[in-house]
Design a protein around this ligand. Structure first.
Ligand code: SF4
Length: 214
């Protein structure tokens, strides 16, 4: 994709979603880490309902580390994959207490060494808890980036690499949120609302389906 088109898309995203932010409610890095682990294959809305019950009691690694899986599962049962998530959240909390004084580490390497924390979760925490430039690629970012033509890659890692090349580093966090908002609002998985999408004149998929050469 040429640089001019990227700039146009970027400007339109700024106009469409000027206030796009992380929608997982959290008060500290540990809460964000837990909410992000819970968000795998679950909506942010559902995660926020669960964490509204969870965090008043369990808002630190020290407190979470004392729980057993049998105690945590009933509290997170609504979010799917709860057996795995419960195991990972408790193991992560215990590792934070044992190795990091109960704090969430601020490097990718340390984050990714935590149970249940992959590249996307590490990126979400780096970007939203520590304002460290990162471009988390979730299902919305993957789909929208491919449709727009920002990347022709198939894996989140390779799409992330393309996005990091296309956008200046100081825009990564904002663009990530804006693309998620766009995926939720207009560029929906099953039925994208192309006819009312302000990005359509720059969108590879729309131009291709309309028979217009991009
Ligand atoms: S034109 Fe359609 S496919 Fe392209 S970004 Fe907009 S909603 Fe998505």
């Amino acid at each position: 994709m040429n640089a001019k088109t990227v700039i146009q898309i970027s400007i339109l995203l700024d106009e469409m979603y000027p206030h796009a932010v992380c929608e997982l409610n959290h008060q500290n890095p540990f809460e964000l880490l837990v909410a992000t682990i819970l968000s795998a294959q679950c909506t942010d809305k559902r995660v926020n309902e669960i964490t509204a019950r969870l965090f008043p009691r369990l808002n630190s690694a020290e407190k979470m580390a004392q729980l057993t899986e049998d105690e945590l599962i009933p509290l997170i049962r609504d979010c799917g994959l709860f057996n795995n998530k419960s195991k990972n959240i408790i193991a992560t909390a215990r590792q934070l207490v044992a190795l990091h004084g109960g704090s969430v580490p601020q490097t990718r390497e340390e984050l990714e060494s935590l149970p249940g924390v992959g590249r996307k979760t590490a990126n979400v925490v780096l970007a939203n808890a520590f304002s460290t430039p990162a471009f988390p690629v979730d299902t919305h970012v993957l789909r929208v980036s491919q449709r727009l033509g920002l990347s022709s890659e198939k894996t989140p890692e390779k799409v992330e690499a393309d996005l990091c090349q296309l956008f200046p580093q100081d825009q990564w966090i904002k663009k990530h949120h804006q693309i998620i908002f766009h995926g939720r609002n207009l560029c929906k998985a099953k039925k994208p609302l192309c006819n009312i999408c302000p990005l359509r004149n720059y969108c590879s998929l729309f131009l291709q389906e309309s028979g217009i050469k991009s």
